[in-house]
Ligand binder design. Sequence first.
Ligand code: HEM
Ligand SMILES: *[C@@H]1O[C@H](CO)[C@@H](O)[C@H](O)[C@H]1NC(C)=O
Ligand SMILES: *[C@@H]1O[C@H](CO)[C@@H](O)[C@H](O)[C@H]1NC(C)=O
Ligand SMILES: CC(=O)N[C@H]1CO[C@H](CO)[C@@H](O)[C@@H]1O
Length: 325
Amino acid sequence: MGSGTMRRLAAVALLVLATATACAAQLRRNYYAGVCPNVESIVRDAVTRKFRQTFITVGATVHLFFHDCFVEGCDASVIVASTANNTAEKDNPINLSLAGDGFDTVIKAKAAVDAVPQCRNRVSCADILAMATRDVIALAGGPSYAVELGRLDGLSCTASSVNGKLAPPSFNLDQLTALFATNGLSQTDMIALSAGHTVGFAHCNTFTGRISGPTPDPTLNSSFAAQLRAWCPPNVDPRIAVTMDVVTPRAFDNQYFKNLQNGMGLLASDQVLHSDPRSRPTVDAWAQSSAAFNKAFVEAITKMGRIGVKTGAQGNIRRNCAVFN
Ligand code: HEM
Ligand SMILES: *[C@@H]1O[C@H](CO)[C@@H](O)[C@H](O)[C@H]1NC(C)=O
Ligand SMILES: *[C@@H]1O[C@H](CO)[C@@H](O)[C@H](O)[C@H]1NC(C)=O
Ligand SMILES: CC(=O)N[C@H]1CO[C@H](CO)[C@@H](O)[C@@H]1O
């Protein structure tokens, strides 16, 4: 290999590094201090109003942020894709109502921001979703954290972009770990973020395989399985959804990990975190210490918020979160 090629390779590598660093460096606290100094309190007030109307907002918003970040980066493109095609949440076509509340939270917060003339069309939908997620978690009793800002809204989203970006609930530990690794997240981050399932709902069809058939899932607590069979009998209305943390469904807490210790993880991908001896020590530690869980969760969701951030010409600030400008 000639030295010219080597130099070019080195230059390419440096360029890639520089781009990655530049993107990460764009995100910072108080990003809007100059253009919309009160943006965080404006969003928090709007989110609080929505939260008082329905606590479904909590899970729906957290879920939306996760999907946004994992599909083409945290750029609010999932919000556009959902609405333009009228199929909110590609993996959940049955009933849009749960996801709809997360979407509605962003729309209402955006309206509140835009009602302030100085802020109008100066704050991205992607950042509003990141702030709203932070706010619903705190409102539900979870950790409060400073949120990094400075994401632009994406310019495109193809329906096929969702393929392979999200985990089905049947994934095992290696598959979950590998998927999160493609997003720069460690196995520890994955376990912490899975505790997003401490709030929210899942439709019966996401776990019926565990409670029915000749061989129900042996890792499932048998009395919990009986409860789930009662809630989700054969031929249940496909719109029925059950709380993912049946013990403290409204609290964003470490009960998720205590449930796993009792065989009460709702999805197979939840329970596997305890069944697999490689992740069990982390589950046990966070079941024991809510402070340790909170710290890990804040670190992990902050990292998740940096996935695929758009800057410069890669994005813009959408006037309507649901429609490309
Ligand atoms: C680890 C891999 C994951 C899998 C396999 C998974 C799977 C699922 C499934 C199947 C549902 C039920 C959807 C429905 O029936 O409508 C769900 C709901 C939910 N997921 Fe996940 N998820 C994962 C990771 C995450 C992460 C990282 C977060 C956020 C930190 C998250 C937050 C939520 C929330 C809050 C809900 C409830 C949604 C609502 O109430 O509307 N999930 N997830
Ligand atoms: C979803 O469920 C809600 C509340 O149960 C209902 O009002 C709505 O019509 C349902 N939507 C669909 C598409 O089935
Ligand atoms: C099943 O769950 C109950 C709590 O609901 C718990 O007391 C019991 O120990 C669990 N059983 C197993 C085998 O984990
Ligand atoms: C009706 C509509 O706007 N459909 C859109 C759905 O998503 C695809 C993929 O991005 C777009 O090409 C369509 O325009």
